[in-house]
Design a protein around this ligand. Sequence first.
Ligand code: ZN
Length: 333
Amino acid sequence: MRPSPPLHFNCRSTVRPVYAEEAAAFGIKESAEVSFSNAPAKGFGQYPINTPSKSIQEKNLESPRKFLGENSQWDKVTDNLKKRYEKTQNTPVATDLVNELKKYPFFKSVPKELKADFENDLLKVEPEQLSFLVKHAKTMKANLNHRGSGAYYWAYDNTIYLDLSRKDPRSVASGYKTDLNAFLHESGHWLDYNSLGGTKIQDELPKLKELIQKDALNYVNQILGDRGRIESFETLNKRRKADREYIDITEKEIAKKSATRNCVSDLINGASYGKIQDGYFHDDDYWISDALETEAIAHFFAGKGSGGERLREIKEAFPNAFRYFDDFIGGLK
Ligand SMILES: [Zn+2]
C-alpha cells in the first residue's frame, strides 16, 4: 500500500481535527475505516494518529533530519519559500476584486433586493476569474434584472440578459443564492467577444473545435467501455440499432451525473451534432458554424469561475480542449 499524506517524506501537511460545521459544509462523513495504511513505508515518518502527542513534534523533526542530513533546509524559511509566500500575499483578495466590480456599469442592473446575495456569490468565484473580470469587464453591458426569459448574450447590442433571481438548478447545486452560474456563463460569452479588443478569443484558438471533438469522442468511448465504440460523430446514426444503443447508454450515464454537469452535456451535444442529448442541450439547428467553440468558451469561463466540481468535470471530459483554452487565457496580459 502506498503511504498517503502526511506520511510522505518531506511532507509539510499535517493532521488536525475536523469541526462538525466543517464536516457538514464539505459533506465529510464519519467513517470507521481509515483510508490509508497506518504503517508508513520505511523511512516515511510517523503515522500521526498513533504517535503519542507529546513526542509528535520531536519525532517529526528527527526523521527528516535523519534522512536529509544535518544541513538540510527542509524546515528553514529559504529565499525561494519567501518568494512563494510573498506571491500569495500579492494576490488581490476576493473582497477587493468584488468591490472593484461593484463600480462597473453592469452592476447597476442588479436588483436592489439581490445586491447583497449577488455580492456574496461573487465572493465565491475563483480569484483568477474575478481578476479577469476586473481587468476586462469595465465596459460590460448587462441587464441582470431581465425577468421571465432565459439567460443569453445578444451579440447585436453586445449585452447580457439574465434574471439573477431565477432559482436555476445549476446555480442551486453550486450553492449560489442568485443565478450566478448564468452570470459566469454569459459573461464568458461577453469576454469572448470583448476582452481582446478587436478579435474574438475563439479566433485565436484555431484548434479548439478539433480538440473538443476529439475529447468528446474519447469521453463517450470511455463511458461505453467494452460495451462498444463510436468511430466518429459524423457517421453516428440514430436509426442504426447499435448506434441507438450507444447513444442511449451515453445519455443515461451523462444524465446520472450531478446538476453542475451542464457544461459537459451541452458540449457533448454540440460535438455530436446534436445526436447525443441529455441534461442540458441546445436545439439541433443551433450547432452550426462556430457555435461549438462559442459555447465551449462560455462554459470554460464558467468552470474557471466556479472551480470545484464543475471545473473538475470539465477537465475530466475535455482535458485537451480546456488546457488549450486555459493556457491561452493564462498567457494574456
Ligand atoms: Zn451560451
